[in-house]
Design a protein around this ligand. Structure first.
Ligand SMILES: Nc1nc2c(ncn2[C@@H]2O[C@H](COP(=O)(O)OP(=O)(O)OP(=O)(O)O)[C@@H](O)[C@H]2O)c(=O)[nH]1
Ligand SMILES: [Zn+2]
Length: 328
């Protein structure tokens, strides 16, 4: 049973029915002075946590009452147990502090199972190759929606600028006020580094776009495995398997690398939330008929009139209507 000992939760008894007569908050130990750490990786039930006090790397278990998926990469957590970080020791996560942001996705638009992927990111870097594999604007739009829904500021990093000109793609997004950073092997990444400095930035992109290559440049010495794009499918191998937070060498910033994704499901986003991710359009829809779905076929949708009068850009409306939430 030695291997299970680390999983035990001394406080799980507080959930027993007989103990409910007093308010539960009073039953809980007060962890407000317990040391803080940031979850930097999760692997087979063990949590890698970096102490916020002294930077020590700790291996942790999790209090059972936090639930099966209650702790995600980027979480700031309170720790109990052995926080020495010495070889073979285990600390325990006893509390997750309130998340400033939560990035979620679903496997596809019909998947009812929402996967929170990263907590507390300030920025979301959408990593898209300009070629090999070719850019998929539908995917960019979807990740943008997820970013707005999460309360995270989106940026666009366009890799492989040595292979194709970014102009065409940039034209599509010029009205969106999103910072754009083209990268190429023979160019510097100073502007991107300045944007990431002192912030927590999560990198999201299709497999094979060059995300690992980028992380290796941002965090020298980290040595993320670089895959190879399959010539037939244009897809990369899934060389990374779970999100991992890496400290940037200069300043207090972090990048959180996520596994390459092939799709970005939004079944957790309702149509109301979707329009909220397009604030310029949302302002116009107050003039729509009741129950308007704001689509091409929607009679008297106020968005069409606003485009005709030049009040909103046509490409913004196209971008919005391209995202069909099939689950609703
Ligand atoms: N020409 C060119 N090739 C690049 C560039 N960046 C990355 N590559 C190549 O693209 C391929 C995929 O790069 P990775 O960094 O493994 O891509 P990834 O997005 O991490 O892919 P997964 O690990 O599958 O998620 C590798 O062969 C890289 O050498 C670039 O800016 N220009
Ligand atoms: Zn409408």
């Amino acid at each position: 049973m030695a291997s299970r000992r680390g999983e035990r939760d001394d406080h799980s008894g507080f959930d027993r029915p007989g103990k409910r007569s007093r308010p539960r908050t009073k039953d809980r130990p007060d962890y407000s002075d317990a040391p803080l750490g940031r979850v930097v990786g999760i692997d087979r039930g063990r949590y890698q946590v970096r102490s916020l006090a002294d930077g020590t790397d700790l291996t942790c278990t999790k209090a059972r009452r936090l639930g099966r998926t209650g702790v995600i990469v980027g979480d700031e957590v309170r720790l109990d147990g052995d926080v020495s970080g010495d070889e073979g020791t285990l600390a325990r996560i006893v509390e997750v502090t309130e998340r400033r942001t939560v990035l979620r996705r679903t496997a596809d638009d019909t998947d009812p199972y929402e996967r929170p992927i990263v907590a507390n990111a300030d920025q979301l870097v959408i990593v898209t190759a300009l070629a090999d594999p070719p850019p998929r604007t539908g995917m960019i739009d979807r990740i943008l929606v997820a970013a707005y829904e999460a309360g995270v500021t989106p940026l666009l990093c366009l890799t492989k600028a040595d292979l194709a000109d970014p102009a065409e793609l940039l034209a599509l997004y010029e009205g969106l006020d999103i910072p754009v950073f083209p990268t190429r092997p023979d160019g510097d990444i100073d502007a991107l580094q300045a944007q990431l400095r002192d912030r927590v930035s999560v990198l999201v992109g299709h497999s094979g776009v060059g995300k690992s290559t980028l992380v290796n440049r941002l965090v020298p010495g980290i040595d993320r495995a670089v895959g190879h794009v399959n010539a037939a499918t244009g897809r990369g191998r899934h060389t990374s398997t779970s999100a991992v937070a890496l400290p940037l060498p200069d300043g207090d910033g972090w990048v959180i690398d996520t596994p390459g994704v092939r799709s970005f499901g939004l079944s957790h986003v309702t149509p109301d939330n979707l329009i909220a991710a397009f604030p310029d359009l949302a302002a116009v829809t107050v003039d729509c008929p009741r129950g308007c779905e704001h689509q091409d076929h929607s009679p008297e949708c106020a968005l069409d009139g606003a485009v005709q009068r030049g009040e909103i850009s046509a490409s913004r409306l196209v971008s919005f209507r391209r995202i069909e939430l099939s689950a609703h």
